[in-house]
Write a protein that binds this ligand. Sequence first.
Ligand SMILES: Cc1cc2nc3c(=O)[nH]c(=O)nc-3n(C[C@H](O)[C@H](O)[C@H](O)COP(=O)(O)O)c2cc1C
Length: 187
Amino acid sequence: MTAPILHVDSTVRPESRTAALARWLLGRIGGSVETVRLAEGAAAPLDGSALRRREALLAEGRLDAPEFALARQFAAAERIVVSAPYWDLLFPASLRAYFERVCVVGITFAYDPTTGAPVSLCRARSLVYVCTAGGPVPRNLGFEYVRELCSAFFGIQDVRLLQADGLDLPGADVDALLARAKAMWTP
Ligand SMILES: Cc1cc2nc3c(=O)[nH]c(=O)nc-3n(C[C@H](O)[C@H](O)[C@H](O)COP(=O)(O)O)c2cc1C
């Protein structure tokens, strides 16, 4: 059985242009899609009690605990699409909380016992980061952060950005900017 595409959706607004762009991409990719909607509270930040519980579970080797469901899902996905509106030079805080839940030693990566270097335990070989931004974004720090996580921990080398920026500039033709981003996309 083919593992589904995992869609990590951090969009917030019902009329989200990022979500529309991601829907277009997912339609192009095809196949079954499993969506995690972060705006609905799918991943809470790790507070003190959550962190203590997580450390206890890891010490007992209980990787099948419900607390690690997001990490297991991420590790099993074959392809990953992340939808992230450009917020404050980065992305919504819910996406950072999601990665706190997904970076779990023993599930998404492990440390090499000899060298101490992270070794991927993820199945996915590709990730697309979908973003729209109000202003021009010559350097997308949110994308760069996720690409670094993919390289350092998840072993995902094919990490690509699908971006439409400048959408909130005066006189911007939003439909044309979205169409241009789609036209520039090569599968
Ligand atoms: C909280 C917040 C922070 C934002 N920060 C930025 C920013 O730093 N740079 C920028 O160009 N646009 C910024 N914007 C504008 C959004 O990037 C832009 O409207 C984007 O298309 C929103 O995505 P959405 O339509 O998927 O919600 C921000 C918007 C919000 C609501």
